[in-house]
Design a protein around this ligand. Sequence first.
Ligand SMILES: Nc1nc2c(c(=O)[nH]1)N[C@H]1C(S)=C(S)[C@@H](COP(=O)(O)OP(=O)(O)OC[C@H]3O[C@@H](n4cnc5c(N)ncnc54)[C@H](O)[C@@H]3O)O[C@H]1N2
Ligand code: MOO
Length: 384
Amino acid sequence: MISLDEARQIIGSHTRVLHPEAIDLTKVNGRVLAHDISSDQFYPAANLSMMDGYVIREDEQPGSFSVIAEIPAGQITNGKLSRGEAMRIFTGGILPENGGRVVMQEACVREGDMVSINEFPDSLFIREKGAEARPGDLILRSGQLIGPSEMAVLAQLGCTQPQVIRKPRIRHLATGDELVKPTEVPSAGQIRDTNSSLLAGLTAQYCSGMDSSLVPDQPSMMSALAEGDWEVLLISGGASVGDYDHGADVLGEMGFTIHFDQVNLRPGKPLTFATRGNQLAFVIPGNPVSHFVCFHVAIRLALETLCGMAPNWSFLSLEITEQSLLKPNPRETFWPAEILVKDKQWTSRPKSWSSSGNTFSLIGTNALIRVSSKDFPLTLPLNS
Ligand SMILES: Nc1nc2c(c(=O)[nH]1)N[C@H]1C(S)=C(S)[C@@H](COP(=O)(O)OP(=O)(O)OC[C@H]3O[C@@H](n4cnc5c(N)ncnc54)[C@H](O)[C@@H]3O)O[C@H]1N2
Ligand code: MOO
C-alpha cells in the first residue's frame, strides 16, 4: 500500500494544466490568468485632486485668492493659475497645468469671487500622474488567481476578454443499489445520496459544471454512463473489495490505466486513481467522511493543477484543543476539525468522529488535522 505522499506524487505527475480560453471579464472570478498584462497608459492619467476644494500654485502662502474658474469632473482646463489665483475643483478633478496644491473646502472661507485660506494642511492632496503605473509596467502576471480585486484591475486596464485557464468538466457517478435521491423517502435498506451534494459543493470552484447521476451497482450501466469527453470522472462508492465494488474494474474495461487502488490513509484507504490519455478518474470510497478527506488530500490536487492554481498543501502548527479525541491508528489520519479563535489565538478542535459513515461529524469542518505516528499533529486549513 502506498503512502499519501506517494499518491500525491503520482497524481501530480499525470495531471497537466488545461489550455487557456478568452472569456468575458464578468465571468473570470476564480480563474487563473494565462498571460502577463501591462499598463496601457499612465495611472492616474493626469494630476488629480484628492479633495473637494480649491487648487492653487504650490509656491503660494496662506492668504486670499480670487477664484477664476471651476473645473467640473472629467474636464480638462487649458487655463493657468497666476499668483493669488485659485480654481474651484472637486475630488477626481484634473488639475490645471501649474496647479500644485489642493486645499479642502473645510479649510477655506468663500466670499463671492474670493476664497481665504488661513493655514495649509501638510498634504498637497494630489494624486500625481503615473504615480500608480506607467505605460508598459507589468501589472498582472500569468498564473495570478483572479478574485474581485483583480477583476477591478482588469476593468481599469480595459482588458475585457482576458485569457484564463479553462476549468475541467467533471462527470460524477454516485453508485449503489441502496441509494435514492434526497427528495425521496428511503424505504427499508435504502439511504439518501449525500455524496452528490457534497461533491457539488466541493468541486464548484474548480469546474465548469459537474454532471451527476445515480447508478446501480451494474458495471455495464456504470461504464455506459461514465463515457464522455469530460476531463475528470469521479465515481462515488464501489472502491473497496466487496462483490459489488466495481469501480476499478469498470475503469479497466474502459481502457483506463489504474495507478493505485489503495492508500495508507484514514479515512479513504480504497481510493483509486486512473488515467486514459488526458482524462483522470478517481473511485472514491463511498462513506461521506472518506469522500471529504479524499477530495481535500488527493482530488483537489488534480483539480487545482488542471485549473492552473498553485496547489494548497500548507499546514499550520496550531494548539489542538480536546486532543484526546485524536485516536491513534497505523494509517496516516486526516481528522475533520474546526479552526476557532480561543483567547485571541487560532486553535484547532477535532470533531467527534468514530465512523467515516457519519455525515453529521462534518458540520462546520474547515480543517483537517494530520495525525501521523511520528509528528506533532498539524492542521490543514481548507478553503472549501
Ligand atoms: N474487506 C474489506 N472491506 C472493506 C475495506 C477493506 O479494506 N476490506 N475497506 C473499508 C473502507 S476503509 C471503506 S472506506 C469502505 C469503502 O467502501 P466502498 O467504496 O466500496 O463503498 P460502498 O461499499 O459503496 O459504500 C460504503 C458506505 O458508504 C455509503 N454510501 C455509498 N455511496 C453513498 C452516497 N452516494 N451517499 C451516501 N452514502 C453512500 C454506502 O451505503 C456504505 O454504507 O469499504 C470498507 N470495507
Ligand atoms: O478508509 Mo475508510 O474510508 O476508513 O472508512
